[in-house]
Design a protein around this ligand. Sequence first.
Ligand SMILES: [Zn+2]
Length: 109
Amino acid sequence: MTTPQVFRQGTKVVVFANFMEVCLEMHRQPEHVMTFLLAELRTIGSLDKQQRLVVKGRFATINFKVIFQRYMSEYFTCNVCNGTDTILSMEETQLRCEQCGSERFVAAI
Ligand SMILES: [Zn+2]
């Protein structure tokens, strides 16, 4: 997996530079990932011209990464085999693992 590149820009925003790349790699809708991150961080944000996710707030980048990890364990990684070959259903409420075949429900964001 590509490591998220997250850094603070000035004192008011945090930038997730390779956001799109990470979403593509996980095969997740950028809107889904973004909605989760913003809800967890209780802030607002948007994509800039270079498709980087720019989030308002002065939180530490480590917190941002912890929340991203939470997204991965909730909506990406299989909790049975730890596999990453998973599919999120169209309604984004069910996660299916292509490696071990297990399925589980996930919370709507
Ligand atoms: Zn699995």
